[in-house]
Structure formats: C-alpha cells, structure tokens
Design a protein around this ligand. Sequence first.
Ligand code: SAM
Length: 472
Amino acid sequence: MYNVKSQKAEEFINHEEIVETLAYADANKDNIALIDTIIEKARLRKGLSHREASVLLACEMPEKTEEIYALAEQIKKDFYGNRIVMFAPLYLSNYCINGCVYCPYHGKNKHIARKKLTQEDIVREVTALQDMGHKRLAIEAGEDPVNNPIEYILECIKTIYSIRHKNGAIRRVNVNIAATSVENYRKLKEAEIGTYILFQETYHKESYEKLHPTGPKHDYAYHTEAMDRAMEGGIDDVGLGVLFGLELYRYEFAGLLMHAEHLEAVHGVGPHTISVPRIKHADDIDPSAFDNSISDEIFAKLCALIRISVPYTGMIISTRESKEVREKVLPLGVSQISGGSRTSVGGYCVPEEEDDKSEQFDVSDRRSLDEVVNWLIKLGYIPSFCTACYREGRTGDRFMSLCKSGQIQNCCHPNALMTLKEYLEDYASQDTKEIGLKLIEKELNNIPNEKVKKTAYEYIHDIAEGKRDFRF
Ligand code: SAM
C-alpha cells in the first residue's frame, strides 16, 4: 500500500502507485484543461506532485513543452539567478564487491586496475584540484568493507580538509559512497561533510535486483531507505539521482519525485540536490546493452520538469554530458556542474591518455576548468565556487527557508561574485580574468540590499589585495 510517510521502501516507493500514476498520465496526456491547471499550479513555485508532473511528462504537445521550458527558465532565474556552482569528483578507491552490471568497477571485472589512494596520493590529487581552482569536491568510492571501510573514508575527508596549498583550500566535501548505517552517517556528519549523495540507480525493484545481482547493494530496501538513515544520523543535505537508461524514464521520474515527497513528509526537508546521470560507455560496459536510453530531447524535458516540480532542489549535471547538452539544459534549471573532471582513481595526477584505462565512465566534456568557467561567463552565467551555506550552518530546512524568503539574492549572489573573484585572481587565464572582472563589476549592481552591496564591494577590493574566504 502506498504511504508517503512509511519507513519501508516498498511503501513510499510503491510499485502499484507508480503504475497507476503512469496510467493516469497516459489517460490525461491530451487533457488540455488538466495540463493547463497543472502548469498554473507550477507557476505558484510550490512544486508539483509526482502525479501532476507525470502528466506533463506524458504530454507530447510541443506548445505545452515550450510553456514548461519557459516556466522552468523563469523558476531557475527566480531561485538560482544566473549562478552555476562548480565542483569536481575525486575518486578515492575503485575496489568494489558489488556486481552492478552497468559499472566497470563491479567485482567480477578482473582486468581493470584496482587502486586506492593513500593519504599521500590524496595530498597530490587535492593539490592538483586546488591548482585548478576547485573549492568543492564530491568524493566517490566503490563499496568494499575491507579496502574502503568508513574509517578510510573519514581519514580521507580529514586529509582533504587539511590541505593548504598557496591560496587553495577545499571548503566543502560532498560524499557519494554506498548506502551505510545510521552510525556511519553520524560519523560522516561529524567529519563535516556537505551533501551525502546516493543515486538510486533505478526505483524499479525487480530491475534493481537484476542490475545489482550480487553484493550488499543487491538489497533494494537497504539502498532505498539510505536517505532516511542518513537523516537520522544528522545529515540534512542529501542528494538523490537515478541512472537514466536502466529503466523506463517515466517510471524513474515518478519514483524520484515520490522519494523527494517522502523525505519532505517524514523529515520536513526534501532533497538538497537531484543528479541526472545517463549511462555511459566504460571499460567493459556497453551502454547499448541497456535499452532504455533517453534522447537529448527527453533529457531536457526531464530537467525542466524536475525544476518546476521541486523548485528548491538544486540540480547537478556531470561531465557525462557534452558541452552541447549542458548548454541546452543549463537554462532549464541546472544549478551545479562539474568541470575539469577525471573519473579514475588518481586521475588528476596522470596524463589524460593513461587516465582512460581506469575511468569509471567516459567523460564527454573534457574541457579544463578554466575553459568551462570561460564558457559559462560568455553564456552570461556566474561560475560560483561558493561553499558558504553549510559553513554558516544553512543546511536542510534552514537553507530551504532562505530560498523561500527570497533573501538568496543578498547572500548567494555576492558569495558567488566573491568566490569567482578569488578564482580569477588565483587561477584564471588572462581572457577568463578579463571577462570575469567585467561580469563581477556588472553583477555587483544586482545585489538588492544596499548595505550588502557596499560590503561586497569592499570584500571584492580586499580579495584583489590578497585577502581570501569572505562570505555572507
Ligand atoms: N559506489 C557507490 C554506490 O554504490 O552508490 C557510489 C559511487 S559510484 C562511483 C557513482 C555513480 O556512478 C553510481 O551511483 C552510478 O549511478 C554511476 N555510474 C556507474 N556506472 C556508470 C556508467 N557506466 N555510466 C554512467 N554512470 C555510471
């Protein structure tokens, strides 16, 4: 039985409810009166239910899709302005005992080089990331209680936060590791992680079990209930995601929104972010073996619908997507992207050709961080290296209320400009610096509160003088 507040995976992600939702969406995909009512509701910026959003996803009328895109763009502007937060993944270890059939790190892959970073390796990798200008990382690891126990992950986090190289510092470490216990989530919280990210891969239980035939990840309920345990352990920023291509996208979309509704209903705060990865080629993985791949058009529609369905939830696009696809979906609601990424263990310290051999998946956007920053500025975005919210304790519902109060423009906007200024001073190429400084000059005028504007001017001036790490 469907129960949004249940603690049981099969009740809050209820298969029958999803099947009924998809039937309802099909039955109403040409019901213009209903579709208009749903779009009107979305205009209130309070989100949509999984049923409502599923009707919009099923609707194929081009003029309605245009309306949805325009609304997504508007909501994106209202909540996130033109800021795009930058991050990079850091692969700690590819030892893994799971059997995920879409991932080259699966335990049975005997020819991929297995590697785990030592603390000295981490210093080298993080120094290389700091030299690019990164301030925010997402750490990634396979699941292996012997090689990658929680103590190892915690030690790595401590090392990462401790590294100071020139003006560099990693100020926020998000964590993408396998589902774990409340006790371990508590330890991660104590280690001051930012967001705990865990992709559901697929919400379809039967497919999930086939796609994860062996290892601890096989347990659908343990995996699906992980965010509840994370929140019980005190982590209030969690990041959801599905791996598009594994199952029917309409099923996944309904499941994703039901998961968000569940977190909101039980914990009073929805997901901090949603990621939208698509399956990619990798070592012994052929994406064409998965026959639910989605076109770029559907991908863009999913992004737009996520934006209007959960307006307060950030949306992340990785370098799995090409420059072209990223450019298309950025205005539709994406708030965070990675840049200059390497998806192999130790990848930031080896030449790119060598990196190819042990990547977790092929990267489509291979540009350097500076090239990505330059491109964003030319598109009219503010690349932001801000990590202020969680360092100021603005996590979970406190972040959400800031969003809802509309005060974000007096807070995130100047923070984005100040961290961009740091990037331009310390890491940017000449061209990026020139266009970036002009952008900052222009955007400072868009800070609504006069007092904040004046302080931001002063801080930006101080950054040019060599001072660092200002935040509102
Ligand atoms: N091992 C952790 C777990 O079990 O959740 C998470 C780390 S894993 C490095 C990060 C994510 O990469 C996975 O959750 C999966 O969605 C994604 N991934 C795995 N294989 C992929 C592929 N071939 N193409 C694109 N993404 C992939």
